[in-house]
Ligand binder design. Structure first.
Ligand code: EPZ
Length: 413
């Protein structure tokens, strides 16, 4: 399959943001810690979620979906994962099975997690956090084995505000008696949403800026929760709207989660209006260039970096995108160059020059790189074929349908 796109049409209309992928995924695995069924509203119907659900079902979790889109997970009969469990090698979020399962079962073995190809993607911060909590961590060619030895509450400092290591530390800390403190934690909105989900399930977690405290050793109750909207998906549509010179409203967004992008829009003279929980972006009279630095929250979100590079091709003087999170997130540049993308790559930074893009056949290198290629195809002269669509559909619910509803000439073949 591929996305077939004819470019040059401005986008007009309204789309509604899905639930946040990177909040929903840890919530699904955290259901293993809940004594009673968990009902989640707004879990996006995307590839990564389907993989996570298939893994949980293979462990004996009973999953039912209601007509209103709610998902209910009953983990009473769940069994510990072992190396035979399939799917973990496809998604990075399978790493969360380590924290959730060691807290539930005391030990777990999983295949090495997968995820977008941005280089090595180590788990050393996760490992160090587990070891601080008295949990052993061993790795071999089959995967990762962890076991709670003398589990105890601990203090741990992250040298870098890793999203995954923050989530996994919380999951593991919930399973050891005593209070644990994490210094230097990630503060992305989807991490905070995950924490508020756990608190709703009865977890005693206190957050204070880059510090969080977890009261461990108590099982969580069940209950229901609505996943926060996906600011990365919302930002992707806003960037596509600005790039095509259209007018698009995205519903269900919160200003605070999009403020780094909206600040960049302000510098680029791209008009937008926030009304309630919707934001509308309008065609700019003149689009000015800017430079952004993708960094941990509250920096510009790295998951909007590739899409931003495409937008800068339309701006006077172009601009640059630096990425301090992923050094190897730039492979989309080579695919874009087939479409006439004019840029200069240096370590951590792409300098984008104003250029007219032309339709071509390109392959998505990863989830957000694929979103950038689709954005480029929407503004390119002529037809484009974007293959690797399964990578894009890992994170974007009904993307072709949403773009089609905004007037894009897109079809899937
Ligand atoms: C999460 O990945 C997201 N994935 C990524 O989104 C996102 O880009 C990233 O956070 C940063 O916001 C999910 O939530 C499933 P990190 P994660 O741990 O947890 C280094 C998308 O497009 N590091 O914050 O893997 C790492 O190499 C995906 O939705 C270590 O060195 O990100 C990287 O340079 C792509 N050792 C940096 O930290 C570790 O143990 C950020 O990683 C862990 C991370």
């Amino acid at each position: 399959m591929a996305f077939l796109i004819s470019g040059g049409k401005p986008l007009y209309g309204t789309v509604r943001a899905q639930g946040a992928k990177n909040a929903a995924l840890p919530m699904l695995f955290a259901s293993l810690l809940c004594d009673a069924p968990v009902t989640l509203y707004g879990v996006p119907n995307i590839g990564d979620v389907r993989v996570a659900l298939s893994m949980l079902e293979a462990l004996g979790v009973k999953i039912s979906s209601e007509t209103d889109g709610a998902l209910t997970l009953d983990t009473k009969e769940a069994t510990p994962p072992d190396f035979a469990l399939k799917g973990g090698e496809k998604i990075r979020a399978s790493a969360y099975l380590l924290g959730a399962s060691v807290s539930r079962f005391g030990e777990v073995r999983i295949k090495h997690p997968g995820g977008c190809a941005f280089g090595v993607r180590p788990l050393d911060y996760h490992r160090a956090g587990f070891q601080a909590l008295g949990i052993s961590w061993n790795e071999d060619e089959r995967g990762i084995s962890v076991r709670r030895e003398d589990g105890r509450g601990a203090q741990f400092s992250l040298p870098y505000p890793s999203v995954g290591a923050t989530v996994n530390f919380i999951l593991a800390a919930l399973g050891v008696k005593g209070e644990s403190t994490l210094f230097g934690c990630a503060r992305e909105h989807h991490v905070l949403d995950f924490i508020s989900f756990l608190q709703k399930m009865g977890a005693k977690i206190h957050t204070e800026g880059e510090l969080l405290r977890v009261e461990g050793g108590k099982r969580l109750s069940g209950g229901s929760y609505t996943v926060t909207p996906d600011a990365v998906e919302a930002g992707t549509y806003l960037i596509a709207a600005a790039a095509t010179g259209g007018t698009v409203t995205v519903e269900r967004v919160r200003y605070g989660e999009l403020s780094p992008l909206l600040l960049a829009f302000g510098k680029m003279n791209i008009p937008f209006r926030f009304l309630g929980d919707s934001v509308t972006v309008y065609r700019p009279s003149r689009m000015l260039g800017t430079s952004v630095i993708a960094a941990p929250y509250p920096g510009f979100p790295t998951d909007l970096h590739p899409q931003m590079s495409v937008l800068l091709t339309r701006a006077e003087g172009g601009g640059s995108v630096s990425d301090l999170v992923w050094e190897e997130r730039f492979s989309y540049v080579h695919a874009l160059e087939r479409m006439g993308f004019s840029a200069y790559l240096s370590p951590h930074t792409v300098r984008v020059f104003p250029c007219a893009l032309r339709g071509s056949e390109v392959k998505a290198p990863d989830l957000r790189g694929g979103a950038a290629l689709i954005t480029a195809a929407l503004i390119a002269e002529g037809k484009s074929t974007v293959t690797g669509e399964e990578l894009v559909l890992r994170g974007y619910e009904m993307l072709p349908e949403k773009l089609f509803s905004l007037g894009a000439d897109i079809r899937v073949e």
